[in-house]
Design a protein around this ligand. Structure first.
Ligand code: PHE
Length: 454
């Protein structure tokens, strides 16, 4: 069947940009980036993250979208197509398989945390934060994490929300919502930035994030930064490859991807500069607080600012929407493959995969993670997060870079990039051939060696 009919197609370059930005901007920017920056000492970590975005993330993103657009199918079948075209061993298709698996593993914990945001919509709306302090907000969050039935409820609700959109088809499903609401997210973040500037310790936050002191940074932290560059750009697991497959042939890849990458980075930095002034300006809050950072510091800001009840509610609604438009792209690669190759209908395919991810999320909830004083045990969230962000996504990116840089015919790469004779094309190809793969390999080898062997 014609690809266009089977999955739909973005109307224009801008629809692709909005959809890709919708996938990229999510919990990774607003929840994860600030807390991992806090856990890894701030400044130097942020610098390494920015270098990874520029030298690995954006160049590899172009390569991944290029494969999708060339193959015009789900990541597994797109990989099969370009592999055949290049006359290579079918083992290269495993990039697609690993991506589908990584997507489900990420969705498992992603949906639980998005559920936290949904719960906080209700909390903020009911005025629970009014006049709150760091200590009270911290205690309330700790209690919430113990409440398994509440966590299950919100996690399940978010799973169903994702299911509905993916089942309806991504192009029809979420495009509209994201297009209208993403600009609002931006506005509310700027508002929080202003609040932090006026009432928090803006100077301390700025120094923390942009004062590059390397003594606090470990190899482990460098791998976290690299892995996060992949995570935040929805890279290395086929999400952006699947979106690339629905991209019209004439749209220029280079500029499009740079726009998405810059928007994503901007949102992360603004989120950091909205959250940390409050952390440093409030007794009892600390930068290294872990996954709860945003859910403790922002209630303090909203609870003590004019019209905070309204803006707080709005903010958590927007976080949930941002998470929603990312979650659909976590499931899409697997769904597209089931529809193409196993003749599933979209609804059955989506239901099956959402259910698998939902079970993983239940594992996160029941293994009592996220608590500060952890008893010995298995921590599903930490394991899923580590395996995906720090192993599978970088490996996926490494193979994609090698594939496009070394194995695809240069003429094909050049025509897909629409870059005949463009001077930047050679620079990009050099980065994809040498810089990105070597950086990924070095960081992975050194940090995993330090973690497990040294
Ligand atoms: N980029 C998303 C975020 O930052 C998460 C994501 C990762 C989505 C991988 C799709 C694929 O929240």
């Amino acid at each position: 069947m014609d690809q266009r009919k089977m999955h739909g197609m973005w109307g224009s370059r801008w629809t692709f940009i909005l959809a890709a930005t919708g996938s990229a901007v999510g919990l990774g920017n607003i929840w994860k980036f600030p807390y991992i920056a806090g856990e890894n000492g701030g400044g130097a970590f942020v610098l390494v993250y920015l270098v990874c975005i520029a030298l690995v993330g954006i160049p590899v993103m172009m390569a991944e979208v290029l494969i999708g657009r060339r193959g015009r199918m789900s990541p597994i079948n797109a990989m099969r197509y370009v592999t055949r075209e290049a006359g290579l061993h079918s083992g290269w298709t495993s990039i697609g398989w690993m991506g589908v698996l990584a997507g489900l593993m990420i969705m498992a914990f992603y949906s639980v945390v998005a559920g936290w945001a949904l719960n906080y919509v209700v909390e903020a709306g009911s005025g629970a934060f009014n006049g709150t302090s760091g200590e009270i907000a911290g205690g309330a969050f700790g209690e919430f994490l113990q409440d398994k039935s509440k966590l299950t409820l919100w996690h399940s609700l978010f799973s169903v929300m994702t299911l509905v959109v993916v089942a309806a088809g991504v192009t029809r499903g979420l495009g509209m919502v994201a297009r209208v609401l993403m600009p609002f997210l931006f506005v509310v973040l700027i508002l929080l930035l202003a609040y932090g500037f006026k009432n928090g310790d803006f100077g301390a936050a700025f120094n923390f994030l942009f004062d590059f002191k390397f003594d606090k940074l470990t190899w482990g932290g460098v791998l976290v930064a690299l892995g996060h560059a992949f995570f935040t750009l929805s890279l290395g697991m086929g999400a952006i490859m699947a979106y690339g497959a629905y991209m019209p042939g004439h749209a220029s890849l280079g500029r499009t991807i740079i726009t998405v990458g810059l928007l994503d980075t901007l949102v992360a930095l603004i989120a950091g500069m909205a959250i940390f002034p409050i952390v440093f300006g409030t007794p009892g809050l600390e930068a290294g607080a872990g996954p709860g950072l945003m859910f403790v510091s922002l209630p303090v800001a909203f609870g003590n600012m004019a019209a905070g009840q309204l803006f707080g509610t709005l903010f958590f609604v927007l976080v949930a929407v941002a998470a929603w438009s990312s979650a659909v792209s976590l499931i899409e690669p697997g769904v597209a493959w089931l529809v193409e190759s196993k003749k599933f209908n979209r609804i059955t395919a989506t239901t099956a995969l959402t259910l698998l991810a939902w079970l993983g999320g239940m594992g996160c909830i029941w293994s009592n993670n996220w608590l500060e004083d952890k008893p010995a045990g298995v921590y599903v969230f930490e394991s899923l997060d580590f395996l995906t962000s720090q192993i599978m996504l970088p490996l996926g990116g490494l193979f994609i870079a090698i594939f496009v840089g070394w194995l695809m015919r240069r003429a094909i790469v050049c025509s897909e990039m629409d870059a005949e004779g463009h001077p930047l094309f050679d620079i990009w190809l050099f980065v994809v051939r040498y810089v990105s793969p070597i950086l990924i390999a070095i960081v992975m080898i050194l940090s995993l060696y330090n973690k497990f062997v040294a």
